[in-house]
Design a protein around this ligand. Structure first.
Ligand code: AP5
Length: 214
């Protein structure tokens, strides 16, 4: 099962991907988490990526494509995986298709989590992220058991630097310009599925399970 999560920033891709990982026991691969881990570790990749992420822009394709293709060659990806935040541009999608064809495989489905822009802006101010393990919470809709502490690894939770309203608006513009064309790309391939991301978390997941099967 090789799944791509599509949708605007804050639509709930990461939240649903975590649930898919748990139910179907396939790894959740988030390019945003990988880049943020590099920023925290102060690597050369992290330093370059931060220049773009802080402004709400996409990092250049060449910084992410090999990183993802290397990751899906790892043994834990043999049964499948969930790509969250990748691909994000048509060239990234074409690169992925080529790599998958060379591996003799293809994408099972691309799930678009649809949420209107104004709901996203309201949601993002309440998001809290664990920069250690990548888990995502919301102060109202998905609160951790202990305030500001990650349920999974016990680390402190943070408001991401790129979650302020101005940067979120830029990220939404970038999404509409550079990433939304992927809906047609995967639609034409016949693998696009759409779920209503404005519903409650568990209802959204029920729709995902209907697509993926029990
Ligand atoms: P990335 O980390 O991928 O950010 P994003 O795509 O902007 O998505 P988010 O993580 O912000 O949101 P999400 O859809 O996962 O929503 P979540 O589940 O957290 O990328 C960050 C940056 O890295 C990019 O801007 C770019 O610079 C760079 N980058 C990454 N990949 C790249 C690539 N391939 N190419 C180039 N650059 C790349 O949910 C949001 C909030 O809402 C949470 O608080 C959650 O609890 C809550 N929530 C979720 N679902 C619901 C619901 N149904 N009801 C109520 N609340 C909900």
């Amino acid at each position: 099962m090789k799944i791509i999560m599509l949708g605007a920033p804050g639509a709930g891709k990461g939240t649903q991907a975590e649930k898919i990982e748990e139910k179907y026991q396939i790894p959740h691969i988030s390019t945003g988490d990988i880049l943020r881990a590099n920023i925290s570790a102060g690597t050369a990749l992290g330093k370059k990526a931060a220049e773009y992420i802080d402004q709400g822009l996409l990092v250049p394709d060449e910084l992410v494509v090999d990183l993802v293709v290397d990751r899906i060659h790892q043994p834990d990806c043999e049964k499948g995986y969930i790509l969250d935040g990748f691909p994000r541009t048509i060239p990234q999608a074409e690169y992925l298709d080529k790599a998958l064809a060379e591996m003799g495989t293809s994408i099972t489905c691309a799930i678009d989590v649809e949420v209107p822009d104004e709901s996203i802006i309201r949601r993002m101010s309440g998001r809290r992220a664990c920069l250690h393990c990548g888990a995502t919470y919301h102060v109202v809709f998905a609160a951790p058991e202990k305030e500001n502490i990650c349920d999974k690894c016990g680390s402190e939770l943070h408001l991401r630097d790129d979650d302020n309203e101005e940067t979120v608006r830029t990220r939404l513009q970038v999404y509409h310009r550079q990433t939304q064309p992927l809906l047609d790309y995967y639609g034409e391939k016949g693998v696009l599925k759409v779920v209503d991301g404005t519903k409650e978390l568990d209802e959204v997941f029920d729709s995902v399970v209907k697509i993926l099967g029990e």
